[in-house]
Each structure stands twice: as C-alpha cells, then as structure tokens.
Unconditional design. Structure first.
Length: 366
C-alpha cells in the first residue's frame, strides 16, 4: 500500500474530554463534534466521547440525524438551528436541542408551536449569528406566550483565543445579564474561554478544538495544556534525489539548493488534504528526526530536506502528530489546526488506534 495514513486515537479524545470536564467545574460539557468530528469522524468521535460528556454539539440537522441513526441517545444541540419548517418538524421527531438565532426562526416557531428544547443565541458583539440582548428578551416573551419557554441562553466569544483580548468580559457580561433576567442557564465558553476564563464557564461549556489535541492559543502548546494527540498524519518516502547547489525543487522552482544534499519525495499532497500553500520551511519529521518541507506541495507528493538525516525509501514521514505539532504546521501555513483536520480527504488510509486494538478503515484504497 501507499502508506499515507491518518491515525485516530479515541483514547486521546477521552483524555481531552476529561480535561474539559475538570475545567468545567461542575457545569455541563457538550462536546462539539461538527464537521465530521473535526475530521476525526462524526460517529467515531461520538462513540469515543460518550460517557465522558453530557451531550454533543453539531452545526446542522443532518449531522444530528446521523448521530441518532447511529444510536446516540445523548442530548444533541444544533448550533445553526433549523433552516425551514421541515427541519423544525424533524428536530422535534429526533428530540434535539435547537438554537434560535434569528427573528424569522422565532416567527416560524410561533406559527408552528410544539415541544422543543430551545436555546436563544445572543449577538454580544461577534456580529455573526444571534439576537441583540433586547431582541432576545422580546423573543423569549413571544415564545413563552406560545408555550415554548427557552431552556437556555448562549453566545460565542470573538477573541477568547487572542493574546490582546479586550472583548470577552464585555460579551460575557451581556450574555449573563440576559440569562439572569430570564432565569435560565447560560452557555458561552468555547475551548479558549474554558481554559483561560473561569468566570465564563457558567452552566454549560462547549469545548471543540481542545478535544482534538490542539491548543486554541498561539502562545501555549497542546502539550503545555495537558492535551493528548488524537490525530496523526504520516506518509512514506518514495524517492530520494541527490541535488547540487543551484538545483531547484518542485513546481515554479520556488526553492533553490544552497549546498549539496538530498531531497526526499513523500507520498502525500493536497489530494490527501495536506495544504498546498504550506511553504518551504514547514516542519515535518522522518524517522523521528526533524526536517522541513522544500518546494511546493503537489497533488500527490511533497518534498522534504534530508540533509544530514539518515533515511531510506519506505521510511515514515510524520506530517503532524507526536513529533510535529499540528499547530506549528498550521502557523507555518497561515491557518489553524481546525482547517488542517477538516480538509483531510477520503484517500489516506484511516487507522483507529485503541487500547490493545488497532483497526483499519481504508476509504478508498490507493
């Protein structure tokens, strides 16, 4: 086989969930497993985290339906709520918790009342989804009149992961004021806030990226936060080329050798989900030895510097995981680990590693 693989570690997901549970300090923990469980697999993440968390969060109803069909019975929160009347009916049939973020959703609920757990989403300054605090209070009154009292209030922080954060306290104060006024629980803390701001934890937290072994912060690594690696991307060397000073590598001849050396060709590229825009100098490791990418990433291959490294054809190259921090790769690429996890395609072999067992989910074979 080609040897390009993604290793998923359910045990690491559980470890990270327990870390979130400790930080939540008695509050409910709803694990965000949207976008195919941040690239780990929607149902795999749910199975791994069941029993460690109080419920799950997804983005859209299709994800919630897949979880119910898989046999997940825990509460499920749908963060974007329903998109039309048909989805509203499905939400009731599936016993979901739905976010209400817009006046048109309030109007549809009033026109079609019925039992459903509703969370009012507040726009406290991010200006994405949510009702302004005064509008949220009015919506709560309208829904209550129709027999549908919201069970909670939620919001989302814009800058909890920023070093120079001057917004989170203001957002939290606005959200807490509405929740207290309505006498309902508050849910606001994402991974960054859960770790950094104890006063935001309230009654329910919604960890996401920390569950997948990645730090939400530029200044603190996942290892420093006691998070375990849950997603490892590796491939094999398929060719080694000798180069001389002045030789160039890859499309566009963007990298030029300054000395004699060796270049390793790795069987992974953007067709597997590795970012094409990863520049020369992006970290990697071969046989446990650190190295860097050189030249442009191709669809099926990328190239690494083997100067001073003992390596042979067939040796493993770690693109991120145990030795190569996914957050360092993301920073080199000008992006975040969320995107790296989510953009992995179906071509790499997926290896599910558990305690005392290892299974292979090949989709498809190369």
């Amino acid at each position: 086989m080609r040897g390009t693989r993604i290793e998923i570690r359910p045990g690491a997901l559980r470890h990270n969930a327990r870390r979130a549970r400790t930080l939540a300090d008695g509050g409910e923990v709803f694990a965000m497993i949207k976008a195919d469980g941040y690239g780990h697999g929607l149902t795999l993440a749910a199975d791994a985290l069941a029993g460690e968390v109080d419920g799950f969060g997804v983005a859209v109803l299709e994800e919630a339906r897949a979880l119910r069909e898989h046999g997940i019975s825990e509460p499920i929160l749908v963060a974007e709520g329903f998109f039309d009347r048909a989805e509203l009916e499905q939400a009731r049939a599936l016993s979901l918790e739905m976010v209400v973020h817009s006046p048109w959703q309030v109007a549809l609920l009033r026109d079609d009342p019925g039992p459903l757990r509703l969370w009012l989403k507040l726009n406290t300054g991010m200006n994405r989804l949510g009702l302004r605090p005064d509008s949220a209070l009015q919506a709560a009154e309208q829904l209550a009149a129709a027999g549908m009292n919201p069970v909670g209030v939620m919001s989302h922080f814009a800058c909890a992961d920023e070093a120079d954060d001057g917004r989170t306290d203001t957002q939290m104060a606005l959200a807490a004021e509405v929740a207290n006024s309505l006498g309902v629980p508050l849910s606001a803390a994402n991974s960054a806030a859960l770790i950094r701001y104890p006063h935001t934890r309230a009654q329910r937290v919604r960890p996401g990226i920390m569950l997948y072994g990645s730090s939400p912060f530029d200044w603190q690594s996942a290892a420093q936060l006691n998070l375990a690696v849950s997603h490892r991307f590796s491939a094999r060397l398929i060719a080694i080329n000798e180069i001389q000073p002045g030789d160039t590598v890859g499309y566009g001849a963007t990298w030029t050798a300054a000395r004699p050396g060796r270049i390793g060709v790795v069987a992974a590229g953007y067709g597997d989900g590795y970012p094409r825009h990863a520049p020369s100098g992006t970290p990697a490791a071969v046989n446990g030895q650190p190295t860097v990418l050189v030249g442009r990433v191709s669809m099926d291959m990328l190239t690494i510097d083997l100067h001073g490294i003992e390596a042979d054809i067939g040796d493993e190259v770690e693109l991120w995981g145990d030795l190569v921090d996914v957050d360092q790769v993301a920073r080199a690429c000008g992006t975040i680990s969320y995107e790296l996890f989510c953009q992995i395609t179906g071509r790499p072999e997926r290896i599910i590693v558990g305690v005392g067992r290892q299974t292979s989910d090949v989709r498809p074979k190369d």
